[in-house]
Design a protein around this ligand. Structure first.
Ligand code: MBD
Ligand code: FE
Length: 311
């Protein structure tokens, strides 16, 4: 088949009818966006001669994606979440914001409500025989290097199997294991006492991995630790660092790696005195430089559906 019908009045009228374009009620922004996306899809079907069978494969894929609860995971894997970061970075450059800790994607595995402690937060609750102790610490500063008091650093990461609490298919972790928050004092310092994570892999039988297989892509991330940093007088920072030496560090299926987000891992002793499970532990210093509010507000705060639980 090599027919072209997209430009016909019948199809253009159909597109308008589908989003009820002539009716001023409803959600005008949604109408605008859906009209464009549906039109681009119709045009692609015409241009690439996408067959009915192929369309139904796609429709049924969306059903499986939803059943598996993986739409946000796929958004990360297809670079959509990274693309939003690229756009926000460009917006920042345009208004002269730079030199601060780079953002990188949030991902789909944050859970709100983790315990908040002053200064030091020990976040490993469950024993994990395959993971050694890890201390993550640093200072939160503003753009000119001044320590920020009262900043809240939230942290979440995987265990030695690459699984996150709340989403662990083995059910092995209690709520908020490897998740927590630390509030800075006048010196701007925070610290997490935890265990070394291992990289995440997509559920092997889920919709995301199914699509990645067709693309001959893997669905793995290097070992990493996520952070939100919030402070009343700065913009919220969403970032992560990677664990140096992980072989996937420049082959992340979610494209979150950045040069500035690979801190040194230093081996230290004195773990017992810190309440760690071994005398020898890994230490990572990671400092956060926050960006200023823009005209008194956070112009890039991202609202999205997030899991939450009670501490
Ligand atoms: C993760 O741990 C993650 O950080 C992202 C972005 C996607 C899937 C799992
Ligand atoms: Fe993650």
């Amino acid at each position: 088949m090599n027919v072209k019908v997209f430009r016909t009045k019948e199809v253009q009228d159909l597109l308008k009818a589908a989003v009820n374009i002539d009716d001023l009620s409803g959600n005008p922004r949604l109408k605008e966006i859906l009209n464009r996306l549906l039109g681009d899809l119709f045009k692609a079907i015409d241009d690439l001669d996408i067959t009915p069978d192929e369309v139904w494969v796609g429709v049924n894929y969306l059903n499986k994606l939803g059943q598996d609860g993986e739409a946000a995971l796929l958004a990360a894997g297809l670079g959509l979440e990274k693309y939003l970061d690229i756009r926000m970075d460009a917006e920042d450059r345009e208004i002269g914001i730079d030199g601060c800790t780079p953002r990188t994607i949030e991902g789909p595995l944050y859970v709100a409500g983790a315990p908040l402690r002053d200064g030091v937060s020990k976040i490993d609750i469950n024993a994990d025989t395959d993971a050694g102790p890890l201390v993550i610490h640093g200072t939160v500063t503003g753009p000119s290097g001044e320590p920020v008091a009262g900043a809240v650093v939230e942290c979440w990461h995987a265990n030695s199997k690459g699984f996150y609490s709340h989403f662990d298919p083995t059910g092995a972790q209690s709520e908020f294991n490897l998740r927590g928050a630390a509030r800075t004092g006048a010196d701007g310092k925070y610290e997490f006492r935890t265990l070394m994570p291992v990289g995440y892999g997509c559920p092997p039988h889920g919709a995301t991995q199914q699509l990645l297989n067709e693309l001959a892509r893997h669905g793995n991330r290097p070992a990493h630790v996520h952070f939100f940093v919030t402070s009343a007088h700065h913009r919220k920072l969403t970032t992560q660092f990677n664990i140096e030496g992980d072989p996937l560090i420049w082959d992340d299926f979610a494209y979150a790696t950045r040069e500035e987000l690979i801190p040194q891992v230093v081996e230290k002793t004195g773990g017992a005195a810190l309440g760690l499970k071994a005398e020898t532990y890994k230490d990572i210093e990671f400092n956060f430089v926050l960006t200023p509010l823009v005209q008194g507000k956070d112009n890039q705060l991202v609202h999205r559906l997030r899991a939450s639980a009670a501490a």
